[in-house]
Design a protein around this ligand. Structure first.
Ligand code: ZN
Length: 352
């Protein structure tokens, strides 16, 4: 919070006069667009994980803060990794602070906490077989506002790779029997996928990312994971905690959703925004850019993630691994260059 009105006004005017090249109008891009509200750049939060690799450090420009970095939380206001704004009038403030104090930048979203979390996952080895609760279960059992609906864009994976999505149990009793007897290979459903595939994972869906995958994940801002099985791995000499009862509670039975979970993005047209998913919580698009694309920013906010290549967004040069947040009222978005991009925005969720 600003301590005085004067400080607040100063910050507002600083925000209006963001850095710009000499002779350039405030917020003006090379295409001549005027953007009254500048885009925001956030400092990613890196997470060490038992299954993490080194690609986030070696292939991206994220700074090393440890070994086995499994996740880069690129846009997050979650208390387990609240991104800090890197420059401009709000430099040094967290995204959760900005969302609480300047809701006008988020188009009047009603969600009590910033609702999205965008991360890149580098899985050197298999992640645990897991499931997430929905909002209702998270509120009742975890005192958390959000459950977790998530989706994955596969940036890279080995030839012939498979993900775990869904299961074969026909009744909840059969699910319990299979879990308690450790019959995991019989239980889980393995689905072949390839680079460029997109997968929506609804709450209650058993899932696991397997070794060798690099994934851009867009999800509700939640960190609740129920581990069904962890391959008997030891961390510091001990197995990680499993959550068998919660898992049996929340897993969808029977689960037929795997049939529509995977969509393919190969062969999508260039220089267009292609909607990959719109659910109760978010919208996600892919852009394969070879040239230019312009469109108005009409969503509550727009996260732009550069997965590959380089180019210019507005007046800013960007490269692989950059993530920017374009606020409500940003104006015309202009993209230029050779880039693969994922765009996302949030929705207020189900009517409650
Ligand atoms: Zn998950």
């Amino acid at each position: 919070m600003f301590s005085t009105e004067f400080e607040r006004d100063e910050a507002k005017s600083a925000y209006r006069t963001e850095t710009r090249a000499p002779g350039e109008r405030e917020g003006e891009s090379p295409a001549g667009n005027y953007n009254p509200r500048p885009m925001l750049s956030l400092k990613p939060v890196l997470k060490e994980c038992v299954w993490g690799g080194d690609r986030l450090i070696k292939e991206f420009h994220y700074r090393n803060e440890g070994d086995g970095i499994g996740e880069c939380w690129a846009v997050s206001a979650h208390p387990h990794g609240d991104c800090v704004i890197e420059e401009g009038a709000f430099q040094g403030k967290t995204l959760s602070w900005l969302y609480a104090e300047h809701r006008e930048l988020f188009g009047g979203l009603k969600a009590l906490e910033f609702p999205l979390l965008v991360k890149i996952i580098d899985a050197r080895t298999d992640l645990s077989i897991q499931v997430h609760p929905d909002d209702e279960y998270a509120r009742e059992h975890e005192s958390c506002l959000y459950g977790k609906t998530e989706c994955w864009y596969i940036m890279d994976c080995p030839q012939g790779a498979e993900l775990i999505i869904g299961h074969h149990a026909r009744t909840r009793q059969e699910l319990r029997d299979m879990i308690e007897a450790g019959r995991y290979e019989e239980l889980i459903r393995r689905v072949p996928v390839q680079k460029g595939d997109f997968i929506q994972i609804n709450p209650g869906t058993v899932h696991a990312i397997t070794g060798g995958f690099l994934i851009l994940e867009t999800q509700q801002s939640s960190d609740i994971t129920y581990r069904v099985y962890d391959y008997g791995r030891l961390v510091d000499g001990k197995p990680r905690q499993l959550h068998v009862e919660q898992s049996i509670d929340v897993i969808n039975v029977p689960d037929e959703t795997f049939r529509e979970a995977v969509s393919h993005t190969r062969g999508m047209p260039w220089n267009e925004r292609k909607l990959l998913v719109e659910c109760d919580y978010y919208k996600v698009w892919k852009v394969s850019l070879a040239g230019a694309l312009q469109f108005p920013q009409e969503d509550p906010f727009l996260i732009v993630s550069v997965l590959d290549g380089e180019g210019v967004i507005g007046a800013r040069s960007v490269r692989k691994g950059d993530h920017l947040l374009l606020p409500s009222g940003y104006g015309e978005v202009s993209l230029l260059g050779n880039m693969e991009l994922i765009l996302s925005t949030a929705k207020d969720g189900k009517e409650r």
